[in-house]
Ligand binder design. Structure first.
Ligand code: CDP
Length: 228
């Protein structure tokens, strides 16, 4: 089968990763969660005291960035998990604490430069599905297939709230909605690689689609690209 690069971008909590993971499994491609990489850097900054209230100690983080190695390994069920310097951080990077600090970290040009370089390396062999905010615009502008996912903020917050609740976290819906809206705002207005739809991306509003429906839809788009 021809190997291509599939870029899935969009707003926070719109189900990109579920879609990207399912598509990768169906095609036998590798799934890469670029958001997990920004989350891991954020976790590192939080653990090392690089946040002074809401201010980030940028020079301390810039000095450390080359020491942060982020990799993905499959667990026993074949699901990829995020490792930071060989420690499994998959659970810890998904907390509201990390969610509420990640967008300012992801707006720092030196953080983006370091992670985009790692992401391009991961795509050298093609056969990948990568999700994020700037995959179709900056990381892989020549990706063979680009999808831009949207859904209303309320629907996205409800999905994230249900996911956190299932994991036993008791954040309120209001707090989750506020975080979703605030991250979108920072992601869309930052100077470097702001979140926007690439001109050649296909827009998909999945507000009223089931997981199975969206997977069928993007799998058929991908199969057509692979055949062509
Ligand atoms: O899962 P969710 O869509 O809520 O977020 P994520 O994909 O885990 O990404 C977390 C944050 O990382 C986003 O809100 C962005 O600020 C940042 N990010 C980015 O700037 N560029 C990417 N390619 C991926 C994520």
């Amino acid at each position: 089968m021809k190997k291509i690069i599939i870029a899935i971008d969009g707003f926070s909590s719109c189900g990109k990763s579920t879609m990207a993971k399912g598509l990768a499994r169906k095609l036998g491609f590798i799934y890469i969660d670029s958001g997990a990489m920004y989350r891991a850097v954020t976790l590192y900054a939080l653990r090392n005291g690089f946040f002074e209230h809401e201010h980030i100690n940028e020079s301390a983080l810039a000095d450390s960035i080359k020491n942060i190695s982020i990799t993905f390994k499959l667990n026993k069920d074949g699901i990829p998990e995020t490792y930071m310097n060989d420690e499994n951080v998959e659970q810890e990077i998904r907390t509201m604490e990390v969610s509420s600090h990640v967008s300012p970290i992801a707006a720092l040009p030196f953080v983006r430069e370091a992670l985009v370089a790692q992401q391009r390396k991961m795509g050298e062999q093609k056969g990948i599905v990568m999700d994020g905010r700037d995959i179709g615009t900056t990381v892989f502008p020549n990706a063979e297939l680009k999808i831009f996912v949207t859904a209303s903020a309320e629907i996205r917050a409800q999905r994230r709230f249900d996911e956190l609740k299932a994991k036993g976290k008791n954040d309120t819906y209001e707090k989750v909605l506020e975080n979703v809206v605030e991250r979108d705002r920072i992601d869309m207005t930052r100077a470097v690689s702001p979140l926007r739809k690439a001109d050649d991306a296909i827009e998909l509003d999945n507000s009223h689609m089931t997981i199975a429906e969206q997977l069928d839809y993007i799998a058929s788009l991908a199969e057509n690209k692979i055949k062509s």
